[in-house]
Design a protein around this ligand. Structure first.
Ligand SMILES: [Zn+2]
Length: 344
């Protein structure tokens, strides 16, 4: 089969690799129909965070059709259409039962030595606990709907996790730091949680336009201390709920600075730099969040996507084929696209 492989900084290639195949009795093999390229994939792409290792498989966002089923799989059959969260999990351990699938005692991540999402097929361990089946009525021939569903493999769940972690509720004021796909989904999630006022911090016209469509009421283009000062001015001393959606030291510092004393920062960006805690301590700011347990959020968000309550599809503003994946990376790296959808 063919799959995307990391060959070095800014060098990803689609190569012939061994076919995905059952290994454990609780496995299934999924033939991928749609995948995405993630902003967090740009760290290894730029050679900054080698999460996929040398010559590792790439991609952690995919959905498709069950093609082969292990003898101990109970809830899935050949032909079922499924979406995968960006980490696999058994669905039954203490952590999965508590909604923290990313800490599953049997869990793990796609890519590297495991099959990656940007390929023709994926071996899925613990399939019953990992995959979410799509209702048969769902028409993935509808490109907008397929894109909306594809965001549930990661970014829409991650935006939701940021909003929930920040404690956003009806009538509240929320600040969203970052206008990438996760930040934009954070705006949509804050709106979904009932926030009255949503201030997005970013500076790309095309992305801020999407943020407004998703429910942002204000935008702050200034960055760093100027951005913090602007938010303080707009909110009279900071917002009680702040969504950190990037992961850089500057983004965390901005989120903490924009937060009201006693407020909460819901953080989901992969932290790539150390974070200063002096201000967190001094103003009793809660830091809640982490890697998103997407499997926990998928059922409720899928229901809302299918009911038309939310439509995150605008964050996928580029579509490529499997052969076009290297171009998709380049387009996201050069900010010519927010996020790329891969159709197979
Ligand atoms: Zn588990």
């Amino acid at each position: 089969m063919r799959a995307t492989v990391f060959n070095g900084p800014r060098d990803v290639r689609v190569e012939e690799v061994p076919d995905a195949a059952l290994r454990e009795p609780t496995d299934v093999v999924v033939r991928v129909t749609h995948a995405c390229i993630c902003g967090s994939d740009l760290w290894p792409y730029r050679g900054e965070l080698l999460i996929y290792g040398e010559h590792g498989r790439m991609g952690h966002e995919f959905m498709g059709v069950v093609d082969d089923v292990g003898p101990e799989v109970r809830t899935l059959r050949k032909g079922d259409r499924v979406i995968a969260p960006f980490a696999f999990s058994d669905g039954v351990c203490e952590y999965c039962s508590g909604g923290l699938h990313t800490s599953c005692v049997h869990g793990g991540y796609w890519g590297a030595q495991n099959d990656g999402g940007q390929g023709e097929a994926v071996r899925v361990p613990w399939a019953d606990g990992t995959l979410v089946k799509l209702p048969e009525s769902v028409d993935l021939g509808d490109a907008r709907l397929a894109a909306a569903v594809a965001t549930l493999t990661d970014v829409m769940c991650t935006g939701q996790h940021a909003a929930v972690s920040a404690g956003v509720g009806p009538g509240g004021t929320a600040v969203v730091v970052g206008d990438g796909a996760v930040g934009l989904c954070g705006v949509l999630a804050a709106k979904r949680q009932g926030a009255d006022r949503i201030i997005v911090m970013g500076r790309h016209d095309d992305r801020l336009a999407i943020a407004r469509r998703f429910g942002a009421t204000d935008e702050v283009r200034e960055r760093g201390p100027e951005g913090v000062a602007r938010v303080q001015e707009l909110t009279g001393g900071g917002a009680p709920h702040v969504l950190e959606c990037v992961g850089t030291g500057q983004s965390f510092a901005t989120a903490i600075g924009a937060c009201r004393p006693g407020g909460t920062v819901g953080h989901v960006g992969v932290p790539v730099e150390p974070i200063a805690l002096g201000d967190v301590h001094g103003r009793n700011i809660g830091l809640v969040g982490g890697v998103c347990p997407a499997r926990a959020y998928q059922p409720e968000l899928l229901a809302d996507v299918l009911a038309g309550v939310i439509d995150p599809s605008p964050v996928l503003d580029l579509t490529v084929t499997l052969d076009g994946v290297p171009d998709g990376y380049a387009a996201m790296d050069e900010r010519r696209a927010v996020k790329a959808l891969v159709t197979l």
